[in-house]
Design a protein around this ligand. Structure first.
Ligand code: CP
Length: 312
């Protein structure tokens, strides 16, 4: 059974097919390709969501399937039923399960016990659907009309702020898969942990990233400047300390000016304007934040369709 829990669950050589499928599905919007016809896919959320929830719900429908929206707090899970039993029961009703949860070990447990494909809709460790959608958005920019992962090779992406967060980890993996140069800039105490280096090793990928605490040096010559919120879901108690430490890494027009003249700005959203990025940068011509949000729908449809194909 193929699951999609992390970026490296697809091989680099599978990416051209995945991108091409996402491109076709984007053009088609569910009019001819319906690989999930007569199937029901569960969308299980332990955390809040706008983009992920709606894009998966619309995506399953457009692929011909029935999206079944599940919130953990309304299930027996929050009254002590185990993940193992929940996974085995849901496998008797559903054809696939998309899960957003806190610990990555929880989604691994779902995949260990489920008899259906499990898809990671974000954990505290990784956000692979977001990264794949972002990679598609960049490939559309650099190989228009035929988005090709080859066009990403050698491009420099700088991620600023909390460089130990799930999005930073996911960029390390996504960058290594596609040959991008990844620079992480943030306070030293938030530098990436050894777990992600082990993950690269496990996938047979070489270490493609560097870390620096100097935001201006990092952004010089960047093709892409990327950031995420400084206080993720579940970290509210640390809010004031985090804001204080991350302030120098806020993406401003002055910082963007260090990047290449044709550089773009990306953010997975939701954004906290005035914290990790200014409203002026969010609204600037360089900003492609809504293109990446849109591509969540098209790329996730391609991921589900590929997982379905692997089962055949
Ligand atoms: N970027 C992202 O995952 O958005 P949501 O939290 O709204 O799903």
């Amino acid at each position: 059974m193929r699951h999609f829990l992390k970026e490296t669950d697809f091989k680099a050589e599978e990416l051209p097919t995945l991108f091409s499928l996402a491109h076709d599905l984007k053009t088609d919007r569910g009019r001819s390709q319906r690989p999930l016809e007569y199937e029901s896919w569960g969308l299980l959320f332990f955390k809040k969501s706008t983009r992920t929830r709606v894009s998966f719900q619309v995506g399953v429908y457009e692929l011909g399937g029935n999206p079944v929206l599940l919130t953990a707090e309304d299930m027996q899970l929050t009254r002590g039923e185990s993940v193992a039993d929940t996974a085995r029961v849901l496998s008797r009703y559903l054809h696939g399960l998309v899960v957003r949860c806190y610990g990555h070990d929880v989604i691994e447990e779902f995949s260990n016990y489920a008899h259906i494909p499990v898809v990671n809709a974000l954990t505290d460790y990784l956000h692979p659907c977001q990264i794949y959608s972002d990679l598609l958005t960049l490939a559309e920019r650099w190989s228009p009309g035929n988005p090709n992962p080859q066009s990403l090779k050698g491009r420099k992406l700088v991620f600023l702020g909390d460089t130990a967060c799930n999005m930073a980890n996911s960029w390390i993996l996504g960058g290594a898969l596609t040959g991008m140069e990844i620079v992480l800039a943030g306070p030293t105490e938030f530098r990436p942990g050894t777990r992600i280096d082990e993950e690269l090793k496990l996938a047979g990928l070489s270490n493609n990233y560097v870390f620096t605490d100097d935001p201006y040096a990092a952004v010089r010559g960047a093709d892409v400047v990327y950031t995420d919120v400084w206080v993720s879901m579940g970290m509210e108690a640390e809010k004031s300390a985090r804001l204080e430490k991350m302030r120098p890494y806020s993406v401003t027009a002055e910082l963007m000016a260090q990047a290449r003249p044709d550089a773009c700005f990306m953010h997975c959203l939701p954004a906290h304007a005035g914290e990790e990025v200014t409203q002026a940068v969010l609204d600037s011509k360089a900003s492609i934040i809504f293109d990446e949000a849109e591509n969540r729908l098209h790329m996730q449809k391609a991921i589900l369709a590929m997982l379905k194909k692997f089962q055949a």
